[in-house]
Design a protein around this ligand. Structure first.
Ligand SMILES: [Fe+2]
Ligand SMILES: [Fe+2]
Ligand SMILES: [Fe+2]
Ligand SMILES: [Fe+2]
Length: 411
């Protein structure tokens, strides 16, 4: 599929009516967990598009171009509203959070398994174990505060057990900045996958930035605050991989290409008929944005899409699915890694002077104020053991004990 070959209408002909934005919310008891994950992913993709479009416009001195950006951006906003309205009112903040972390796990694992770029692959495997641990901590909060088992929400497709413990995720900001890719060398799949995961992690970051203070009790608020800081780390990591040697217009075209690719992937994999229809409508809209961005690139920079994308053909489509074996494998091999400048190394190779140790000694003091740990500790005291959903024994021996929260793995 090459979206540059498709025939579509002009961007402005896709402006929607209020009724089109008033989509019917799904029923939370019946919805497929991956339909929820797709909704979150596409909501986050639209957030990125809107943020990028505003930024571009503020750094642009040409009103003709700024008008075209504003027109497409208005439709991105309409798409975002229609997607956001799919979430039912009776889905709580914490239930939505479980879906955010499930998406983080299964999207990251999917991208890591097909990854051709070694820097991106390392980054994906690294953050995978952290969002996996977030899912576990939030699931315990869900069981504690609502008596709901998160395994139901994730449909049993994703395990719920400790990953690299959250207390070990707090790294010095310098250690989040990795080696950026070069637009001339990166393969198209890795290029778009870096954009996809950056937007998805950014959406989790946005969500926690807005929602943390709305949680109805103190330890919940503190857990959202702590994990929210880790999402800042993840967004810094992935954002640092993006190729900086593109113009804003070239980057705009890449963004539209990513959007069209994602809607096409969502549409092909969607099991809910009504939502599938929505993805297909938005796919067509995105193809019109993409073709318009190419027209702008030709007009203002005298370039063509072929100079940025080696081929217009979509890579294999993105699929959200269960990745239990892969996550276990990565856990087994890399749970003890931490960030070290542009790379990742086993934490026991560090010494007192390394930034990770220095940063840990600042933020995690005293240990009794690290809620990701104390919450599980208190939960165990109350219930005898933590809440998990494991299909087999935990692959890391020191994380098998359900009666004691581990604070040493990865730090
Ligand atoms: Fe869009
Ligand atoms: Fe996370
Ligand atoms: Fe994350
Ligand atoms: Fe778009």
């Amino acid at each position: 599929m090459n979206p540059f070959d498709l025939k579509v209408k002009n961007v402005g002909e896709y402006i929607m009516r209020w009724n089109d934005l008033d989509t019917s919310p799904y029923t939370k008891e019946d919805i497929d967990p991956y339909t929820k994950a797709r909704i979150i992913l596409m909501n986050g993709t639209e957030f990125e598009m809107v943020k990028f479009g505003h930024n571009f416009s503020r750094h642009c001195n040409n009103n003709e171009l700024r008008c075209e950006l504003a027109l497409a951006r208005r439709i991105e906003q309409q798409q975002q509203k229609a997607i956001a309205n799919l979430k039912p009112l009776n889905e709580t903040l914490l239930e939505t959070t479980i879906s955010y972390e499930q998406l983080a796990v299964d999207l990251t694992a999917f991208l890591a398994q097909r990854c051709l770029d070694k820097n991106l692959k390392k980054a994906l495997d690294f953050a995978l174990l952290e969002d996996f641990d977030h899912l576990y901590r939030f699931s315990n909060l869900l069981e504690h505060d609502y008596k709901i088992k998160a395994e139901k929400l994730v449909g049993g497709y994703t395990e719920i057990m400790p990953g690299r413990p959250t207390i070990a995720h707090h790294r010095h900001p310098y250690d989040t900045i990795k080696t950026f890719s070069d637009i001339k060398n990166i393969d198209i799949q890795s290029l778009i996958d870096t954009h996809i995961i950056t937007a998805a992690e950014q959406q989790t970051m946005n969500f926690y930035m807005n929602q943390a203070s709305f949680y109805h009790n103190d330890y919940g608020k503190r857990l959202f605050t702590e994990i929210g800081m880790v999402e800042e780390d993840h967004v810094s990591q992935y954002g640092s991989l993006l190729a900086p040697n593109v113009s804003m217009l070239e980057c705009y075209l890449i963004h539209e290409y990513v959007e069209s690719y994602l809607y096409y992937s969502m549409m092909e994999n969607e099991t809910d008929k009504t939502i599938k229809k929505l993805w297909s409508i938005f796919f067509e809209q995105e193809v019109s944005h993409l073709q318009a961005s190419n027209y702008l690139l030709q007009k203002f920079e005298k370039k063509n899409w072929q100079e940025i994308l080696p081929t217009g053909e979509y890579p294999p489509l993105l699929k959200l699915q269960s990745n239990i074996d892969y996550v276990r494998e990565v856990l087994k091999n890399t749970v003890n890694l931490t960030g070290d400048h542009e790379d990742y190394i086993p934490v026991d190779k560090l010494n007192e002077k390394d930034k990770f140790i220095i940063y840990q000694n600042i933020v995690n003091k005293p240990l009794s104020a690290v809620t990701s740990h104390t919450f599980i500790k208190d939960y165990i005291e109350k219930h005898g053991k933590d809440y998990r959903f494991e299909v087999d024994i935990h692959p890391i021996k020191s994380l098998q004990n359900r009666e004691k929260d581990n604070t040493t793995v990865g730090r």
